[in-house]
Design a binder for this molecule. Structure first.
Ligand code: ADP
Length: 153
């Protein structure tokens, strides 16, 4: 069973995340979307809302499973027997960040490999934080997020 974890806050999920996940489906038997719970981090959407959004977006995809976790991502991968971590990269900044995380994850769990997909260019400027800024200022986010997110705003 080729199982990958795609970890993130998904606050909220964007079309960029969805694109990476759908493109990776041919590479894995199962992709676990893992919502990291960080009690000291204030989120725009509650954990339940974020889980429900993900469930709605991927309700048509049997290969995708949604979970939440606390603590180190590498430990969560170990617990659910996932040998790959899936990440997306938009630009040089993401690249440097992801390289550090991947190399540190390897130090903590040497059997875990990080797989990176580069974003398709039309999604390169989309981030959850920009979506949250647009929302706080009353703007329209419908071009940047899956439709299912809109029922939560
Ligand atoms: P975190 O809160 O851990 O940064 P995010 O939800 O922002 O989590 O991102 C999770 C993963 O999705 C990261 O690998 C990030 O680089 C990637 N990602 C975020 N936005 C995009 C996008 N528009 N295109 C491709 N990958 C993306």
């Amino acid at each position: 069973m080729r199982r990958a974890v795609f970890p993130g806050s998904f606050d909220p999920i964007t079309l960029g995340h969805e694109n990476i996940i759908r493109r990776a489906l041919s590479m894995f038997d199962e992709i676990v979307l893992a919502v990291g719970v960080n009690t000291s981090k204030k989120t725009r959407f509650t954990l339940d809302q974020r889980l429900e959004m993900l469930n709605l977006v991927f309700q048509d995809v049997a290969q995708v499973r949604i979970e939440s976790y606390q603590g180190l991502t590498v430990n969560f991968c170990d617990e659910i027997d996932a040998s790959w971590m899936l990440r997306g990269v938009r630009n040089g900044g993401d690249f440097e960040y992801e390289r550090t995380i991947a190399q540190m994850s390897k130090r903590l769990n040497s059997s875990l490999e990080t797989v990176i997909l580069f974003t398709d260019p039309e999604y390169a400027a989309i981030s959850s934080s920009v979506v949250r800024d647009i929302l706080s200022n009353g703007g329209d986010i419908s071009e940047f997020v899956p439709q299912a997110v809109l029922k939560f705003v």
